[in-house]
Design a protein around this ligand. Structure first.
Ligand SMILES: Nc1ncnc2c1ncn2[C@@H]1O[C@H](COP(=O)(O)OP(=O)(O)OP(=O)(O)O)[C@@H](O)[C@H]1O
Ligand SMILES: [Mg+2]
Length: 441
């Protein structure tokens, strides 16, 4: 199945393409970019989740076709596209059922955080779809449902698809509500297709054994954290809706690299991009201050071209790597970043050389080879290098700080060097200084 973008949106963006080029000072343009990057803006194309969506859809189609109840448990860390994918699947399912001339199920989407008490979920299932089956005082919605699904029902009774998002909120001490809910799908005449969504990865381990012992085995689909490349693809896809180029590719990459190494949470990636745009906006209003740089670096950054310089106008209008670095620092300042930022300059240059050296996927090197990269960095920044003995001593200091790891060898040049911190943290820590920024681009 191909999840294609909606024709309406496509036409909208095509019209847009004919219209304009990016202008940072145009309020309408700014609003459009911010909207494209807003978490609550549903993207017309949910990329990078085709596999998960297809599996959920297949599960639902199977239940609908065979008119059989079933349960599915969707889990994954925050911001990994679970709720978004579910919305997409829901729409595709209804269209599919209509095309196939099958009766689509009634759909009940519940965000469990909105329930005042956990057992309220049974009332919702009963109330919305079987209003005629109101429980009297002596019984409860759960009992009515259990009773109903235990007896043959008249033909034509619709299936119900219950999507219980934020399922974690139903955990009670004895997990009774969770068990009762899933067990509804195992009753002999059940019409309930249940999809529970939660971000507690271990929730399944905690409630599954009991369910399995009762012969209920929900299918489990895990949404893994987004990788750097997936975050880049998603951001590019969202920005593709706009007719202009607003972000430099390296800026998007830095955001993706850092967010992927921290959590893979798409909400964070979007927040960082929006914040970077706001920093650029503030800078354009007050071009003398460089908002993206730390105070200590603002004066040192005099080589920065004036905003009115025509040749650099376009670059000045775009969100650059330094804007993203500043936005990231607001969101994720870590102790490692602080440590790296307060190191002496030559130690920072060693780390910058190591990041360049390890970019190709290499995991370790020797002091001799690191020295070659360090010499190149010194050359490009016109800073006189220290000798290899001193470089080796500085590597030892970085090893003591837990930033590098040094191996043993009689010959210093042959000592093995590996990074003990995330390369993205180094890039991030050094981005604020112009010559490192140039070196790392
Ligand atoms: N594949 C994607 N394409 C475009 N945008 C995405 C994608 N995945 C996530 N997003 C964006 O990130 C936001 C968060 O995603 P979503 O609400 O689906 O996360 P979740 O996995 O349900 O998180 P939680 O566990 O916190 O509920 C979405 O509103 C959307 O803006
Ligand atoms: Mg969600």
């Amino acid at each position: 199945m191909k999840l294609s973008r909606s024709p309406r949106k496509k036409r909208l963006s095509e019209n847009f393409v004919e219209k304009s080029t990016w202008n940072l000072r145009d309020v309408g343009h700014l609003r459009a970019v911010k909207e494209a990057l807003h978490v609550s803006t549903a993207p017309s194309n949910v990329v990078c989740r085709d596999n998960e969506q297809n599996r959920i859809l297949d599960f639902c189609k199977n239940c609908v076709e065979q008119e059989k109840a079933g349960s599915l448990y969707v889990c994954g860390c925050p911001g990994t596209g679970k709720s978004l994918s579910m919305e997409k699947v829901k729409n595709i399912l209804v269209n599919w059922a209509n095309e196939e001339h099958l009766q689509p199920p009634d759909i009940l989407s519940i965000n469990c955080t909105s329930l005042t008490k956990t057992t309220e979920i049974f009332g919702k299932i009963l109330g919305e779809n079987y209003p005629q089956k109101k429980p009297d005082r002596s019984t409860s919605p759960l009992l009515v449902l259990q009773n109903m699904y235990s007896q043959k029902q008249p033909t034509g009774v619709q299936m119900i698809l219950v999507i219980a998002d934020e399922l974690d909120y139903l955990i009670t001490k004895d997990r009774a509500v969770l068990h009762d809910l899933f067990m509804l799908t195992t009753l002999p005449f059940s019409k309930c297709i249940l999809i529970g969504i939660a971000n507690a990865i271990d929730l399944a381990d905690r409630f599954m054994p009991k369910l399995q012992s009762l012969n209920c085995k929900p299918m489990v689909i895990t949404f893994r954290a987004y990788s750097k490349d997936q975050i880049i693809t998603i951001l590019q896809e969202r920005l593709r809706e706009l007719p202009y180029k607003v972000f430099q590719p390296q800026a998007v990459e830095l955001c993706a690299r850092k967010v992927a190494s921290a959590s893979g949470d798409m909400r964070k990636a979007l927040a960082v991009c929006r914040s970077a745009l706001e920093i650029l906006e503030a800078e354009s209003r007050d071009p003398v201050s460089n908002f993206s740089l730390p105070l200590s670096d603002r004066n040192a950054d005099q080589q920065k071209p004036a905003p009115c310089d025509i040749t650099t106008n376009q670059a000045n209008n775009m969100v650059r790597i330094d804007h993203v670095a500043a936005a990231l620092s607001k969101t994720f300042k870590s102790p490692v970043v602080d440590t790296i930022q307060s190191l002496p300059q030559h130690q920072q240059m060693i780390l910058c050389s190591a990041v360049k050296l390890f970019r190709g996927g290499k995991k370790d090197t020797t002091i001799g080879e690191l020295n070659k990269y360090y010499m190149d960095v010194c050359k490009s920044t016109l800073i006189p290098p220290v000798g290899i003995m001193e470089l080796s001593n500085m590597c030892r200091v970085l090893d003591d700080q837990g930033i590098l790891k040094l191996g043993q060898s009689k010959d210093d040049k042959l000592r093995r060097v590996t990074l003990k911190v995330d390369g993205a943290d180094i890039v991030f820590a050094l981005q604020g200084v112009r010559f490192f920024r140039n070196c790392l681009q």
